[in-house]
Design a protein around this ligand. Structure first.
Ligand code: GRF
Length: 187
């Protein structure tokens, strides 16, 4: 049984979706959710679903090996970033080569990089009158949103779409594809 650890800082709807998907699969399970925000809704969600949640702060992440020790203790096979905004330090990338993946709510390399997250991405897509957007699932390297792309899926953007409706379309793609891509990466 492969062991997945999710990092999330926000609502955690993707985390919840991934936890439920793997709760019915024999080959992998989500063993923990780690967050850098003690008030994040994701902690309530994982608590409700019986998955342990752990909080860490910036010094613990950047200047100690606490998170590395936690991941080793959890025997993580794959780290999944699902709405996690901090840059992953090199020591973690080196300790888990090609075992940390992220989802980005746009078609990278467009609309990626520092400061491009959440609604800002969908607002930029709208402002630039894009006719399509989508999701990108990629390996994490030392630069924001630049690791090798594993998977992309697209959705149409209509002139009547708002950043909110674009976000909804993108979330649908995330719910549909992210668990399946994780399953593939683990196989
Ligand atoms: C998702 O859109 C994901 O692509 C991005 O952050 C958002 C997280 O949403 N990286 P949620 O917390 O899973 O609801």
């Amino acid at each position: 049984m492969k062991r997945i650890v999710i990092f999330a800082s926000g609502s955690g709807s993707n985390a919840e979706n991934i936890i439920s998907f793997f709760s019915e699969k024999p080959q992998a399970e989500v063993v923990a959710v780690l967050t850098n925000k003690s008030s994040a809704k994701v902690l309530e969600r994982c608590d409700r679903m019986g998955v342990p949640g752990f909080y860490f702060n910036k010094p613990a992440f950047r200047e100690s090996d606490a998170v590395l020790r936690l991941l080793k203790g959890l025997e993580a096979d794959l780290v999944v970033l699902a709405g996690f905004l901090w840059k992953v330090p090199c020591y973690l990338i080196e300790a888990f080569p090609n075992k940390i993946i992220n989802i980005h709510p746009a078609l990278l390399p467009k609309y990626g990089g520092k400061g491009m997250y959440g609604d800002r991405v969908h607002q930029a897509v709208k402002e630039n009158q894009e006719t399509e957007t989508g999701i990108t699932i990629h390996y994490v390297n030392e630069n924001y949103d630049e690791g090798a792309i594993i998977f992309q899926a697209k959705t149409k953007v209509d002139p009547s779409d708002t950043p909110e409706t674009i976000a909804q379309k993108v979330h649908q793609l995330e719910y549909e594809h992210f668990p399946k891509v994780i399953e593939k990466v683990l196989s």
